[in-house]
Design a protein around this ligand. Structure first.
Ligand code: ADP
Ligand code: MG
Ligand code: MG
Length: 888
């Protein structure tokens, strides 16, 4: 097994073995770009080290051989006293990760070689500056010494000299600083700073390996769902020096604007500096464009290299470079991060430049980015005070009055105030407040904190872990720097950027939503570039996708919006939403009915109302399928709350004021009360025990369809029976439904072809899908309930209680209610789909439930061969895009 690869031996496809940095250094080397020579120790070596506690026995010799070759090539030995070869030791995992060990530069310098370096460079200051940097970085990252100690010593030296920037320090001061740094090392690490160059290098390599299992790195991996067993590579790269005077420097650049996507010169440059100086904000950088006047030759070469990289990677790249006395060196490149908007713009720009085709462009964007672009956002022009910044945990733009406890949040929101709930961290007791608030802001916790998880589940704006905010819940205020925010002060929270503002920031609608709504046209002359890009990607996704996309919608208004957003029908119309409001009293009557007559009366009152609902819905979705689900929730949801009612009855009794109806209601509430309503009298069970309920609903659908046909419409109703566990349930309901439909056909003289199908949302239904398909013309997987019943989780309870613990422990990377659990729930979907189709080859298969609009899950549903997904109207564009990506 080979553990070390020269930069000339790797390429960009070897990220697993060489890490991202190493693979791309190799790629640039092969492109004959000026990369300082070096080699990469593989992730495999790291894994052996982490598993066994020792580096693989062969590693030392292999490193020696590569180091020898490097030394021969450079004509000097590592740390050679009169002319030292220096190297950097750089971590580089497959994914870049905060918390991993930083890079150590200038390895090879020692008391002996610092003089040699000074002589060779003809620059004392430079040599001692490099040495102090080595001790500082090595002390901090390899020996684990508090970095502030070095910073303080550096500041003291500057103050003593009256210097404002570190370049003002001369060789003498730097020599003294080295002495001070070495003292710090001795005192804190209990050992001398190692003088042997190879020992320096080996210790640094091992420290990189160890940092893989550092707490911060582990936490980050859990949050980002990066596997823990990848290990990191280590790059050994010969040093080039940007701190050799004014004709040297270091910089970072993007091949195009990562925020907007435009091509141009984007980056920063810092003269006479090394490594991180440019990003650390130690001195003021200049815009990259100024390099043209500072060093035209290097600038031109850099522009040329950036073009080479873009053409080669066919994507936006970010780069790190250094200029050593007029000679340009490339130190890093990778395909760069970008904003959601830039992702769409860049993808289409690259198509227009002929660099990639449309299929590749579609791979470069995703549904999560599209969803982000659909949230309303804060007006960028607005001038407001930025209070601080946290983790963008759940997107959206929320404005409201600051409140610091759940009780106040609920109280104020009831009186019509918009509030932002601000907590140090949230816990299950804050749930009511979170529901009441426009947005949630916490000063602690990451992407898997309670606040973040619950807010995402509710689709509510959330910024968490804004550490600068000092939240004092007792005194109902928070302080940020010098600013005090009291209860009632207005704050604005941007869940897409993590920024928190004082005062009200105006919210503007997303141009992408304006486009989907048809209020903005991609064809217009002055069309927004982003809108055009989204339009093109959507058109392409629609062309290639196989999955159809339907909407979950219960009324004509939602149905029309869904159509504008591209829905190809309704996959779930929840009829219980038609039983609310003033109709609740009719439902009450139905539940309280003692006699056949009372029941029929109640049903007859409901029938015309339901029919009218369906007429409107079928009209809105004319020509497209509409799946109507018969009544699903437990009946007590339509009755008054048991405690409230008991109190009311008790008070009335005390006044000796008998209310017959309330008494009957209370009896019914008691009768219908269930310990476990989710597993109780609901779904098909209602249809089987309450005579006439389902047949009334079927009649309403059939009569509405007949009415639409008579009006020359094209209704395509499908009737769906929920919560079926066995084919017998379905058969009984189906037979009754068919009779009703036949009656309506006879009475109206209109031929109706209504499809009858079922939801698959219980494990037993999935397991007996072959039998159920005998009686069903379609299946719709109800993955919300299926997830609840397969896991034995009650969604309403568990997300707020123990899911954060599960996420933190890595039991699952994401809530199974957010993304389908492929292995468990998913495998039931897969086998039920296959079994159903084996019985009935033309069986139509779909999914309704949150998962229908989740990118990951859409790919899964494509894979298992479903015909459509159904999701809320706002998720339709996301589902369309991802269905297209799944088909690539
Ligand atoms: P990070 O992953 O944090 O970007 P890097 O390994 O890229 O860490 O290094 C940190 C800084 O040191 C970067 O600015 C990089 O350009 C610089 N650097 C790394 N190796 C060398 C080298 N051999 N010569 C000069 N500068 C280097
Ligand atoms: Mg870097
Ligand atoms: Mg259900």
């Amino acid at each position: 097994q080979k553990f070390v690869y020269d930069f000339t031996e790797g390429n960009r496809d070897m990220k697993d073995l060489l890490g991202g940095k190493g693979a791309n250094l190799a790629e640039m080397t092969n492109l004959r770009l000026p990369v300082p020579p070096g080699f990469t120790i593989t992730t495999e070596a790291c894994k052996v080290y982490l598993d066994s506690g020792q580096e693989p026995p062969a590693l030392r010799d292999e490193v020696s051989a590569h180091l020898d070759a490097l030394e021969r090539r450079m004509g000097k030995r590592l740390g050679q006293a009169d002319d030292p070869l220096l190297v950097s030791v750089r971590s580089g995992a497959k994914f870049s990760m905060p918390g991993m060990m930083d890079t150590v530069l200038n390895i090879g310098l020692s008391d002996a070689s610092v003089a040699g370096l000074a002589r060779q460079a003809g620059d004392e200051r430079f040599a001692w500056d490099s040495y102090r940097r080595l001790i500082q970085m090595f002390g901090k990252t390899v020996l684990g010494i508090d970095g502030d100690l070095f910073e303080e010593a550096l500041e003291a030296a500057k103050t003593a000299k009256g210097a404002t920037v570190d370049t003002d320090l001369g060789p003498d001061e730097l020599r003294k600083l080295v002495k001070a740094f070495k003292k710090i090392v001795k005192a804190r690490a209990g050992r001398e700073f190692p003088q042997d160059p190879r020992e320096q290098m080996d210790l640094a390599v091992m420290a990189v390996f160890d940092s893989w299992n550092g707490d911060r790195a582990k936490l980050y991996r859990r949050q980002e769902r990066i596997p823990h067993d990848l290990g990191t590579a280590v790059n050994i790269c010969s040093m080039v020096f940007g701190n050799l005077g004014p004709d040297s420097g270091t910089g970072v650049a993007f091949t195009r604007d990562p925020a907007g996507g435009q091509q141009g010169v984007y980056g920063d440059y810092l003269q006479n500096a090394q490594g991180e100086d440019v990003v650390a904000g130690i001195r003021n950088t200049v815009p990259l464009a100024e390099l043209e006047t500072l060093d035209k030759t290097s600038y031109d070469r850099l522009m040329q290299i950036m073009e080479t990289l873009e053409n080669h990677y066919k994507d936006l790249c970010d780069i790190e470079f250094t200029i050593e006395r007029g000679q340009l060196w490339m130190l890093q490149t990778r395909v760069g991060k970008r904003t959601a908007g830039a992702a769409f713009r860049i993808a289409t720009q690259l198509v227009d430049q002929g660099l990639i085709d449309e299929a590749e462009a579609l791979r470069r964007v995703n549904g999560a980015q599209l969803a982000q672009l659909m949230f309303p956002r804060f007006d960028e022009e607005a001038t407001v005070e930025l209070l601080g910044r946290g983790i963008a945990a759940s997107p959206g733009a929320a404005v409201g009055k600051a409140v610091f406890d759940s009780y106040t949040a609920v109280k104020w929101s009831r009186s019509g105030e918009r509030v932002i709930l601000i907590r140090r961290e949230t816990n299950p007791d804050d749930l009511d407040g979170m529901i009441a608030a426009e947005g949630i802001l916490t000063s602690r916790g990451g992407k898997t904190s309670h606040a973040a998880v619950v807010a995402r589940g509710m689709g509510k704006t959330c910024v968490c872990g804004a550490e600068e905010l000092d939240v004092d819940t007792k005194r109902r205020r928070m302080t940020v720097g010098g600013t005090v925010v009291e209860e009632g002060d207005v704050v604005s929270v941007d869940g897409s950027t993590g920024k928190v503002y004082l005062g009200e920031v105006p919210v503007v609608p997303s141009p992408v939503v304006e486009y989907f709504e048809g209020r903005m046209h991609a064809g217009a002359e002055d069309a927004d570039e982003l809108v055009v890009a989204v339009h093109r990607m959507m058109a392409y996704a629609d062309r290639v996708r196989r999955l159809r996309v339907r909407a979950n919608a219960d009324n004509a208004e939602d149905a029309l919006r869904a159509r504008r957003f591209g829905a190809q029908g309704i996959g779930l119309c929840r009829t219980e939403h038609m039983f609310l409001g003033e109709r609740r009293s009719m439902v009450e009557k139905l539940i309280l009915a003692d006699t056949e007559g009372e029941r029929t009366e109640a049903l007859e009152q409901l029938l015309p109302l339901q029919r009218q609902d369906f007429v409107e819905l079928f009209e809105a979705m004319d020509g497209l399928p509409v799946t109507v689900r018969l009544l699903d929730p437990p009946l007590h949801e339509f009755l008054p709350d048991i405690t409230e009612l008991s109190v009311r009855v008790a008070l009335a009794e005390a006044r000796e004021d008998h209310n017959e109806n309330d008494l009957r209601l209370l009896q019914a509430v008691h009768r219908l009360h269930e310990q476990n309503p989710m597993l109780g009298l609901r779904g098909v069970r209602l249809g089987l025990v309450i005579p006439g309920l389902f047949t009334m609903q079927v009649r309403a659908v059939a009569e509405a369809a007949a009415a639409r046909k008579n009006a020359k419409g094209d209704p395509r109703a499908e009737i769906m029976i929920p919560l079926v566990g066995t084919v017998q349930e379905l058969e009984i309901v189906r037979d009754e439904a068919e009779q009703v439909i036949a009656e309506v056909e006879r009475a109206t003289g209109v031929g109706l072809r209504l499809a009858l199908g079922t939801m698959i949302e219980l494990p037993r239904a999935a397991l007996t899908a072959a039998q159920i398909a005998e009686a069903a013309e379609f299946f719709s997987f109800g993955t919300n309930d299926l997830t609840q019943t397969v896991w034995g989780f009650s969604r309403d309870d568990v997300e707020a209680s123990f899911f954060t613990a599960y996420l933190e422990k890595g039991i699952f990377g994401v809530s199974p209610f957010e993304t389908i659990d492929r292995d468990g729930v998913g495998s039931l979907v897969r086998s039920a789909a296959a079994a159903g189709r084996a019985t009935r080859p033309g069986l139509k298969l779909g999914v309704c439930g949150e998962h229908g609009g989740d990118p990951e899950s859409v790919h899964f549903f494509h894979e298992v061969g479903l015909d459509y997904v159904s999701c809320s109207p706002f998720r339709i564009p996301v589902a369309r895009l991802e269905a297209g990506r799944a088909a690539l």
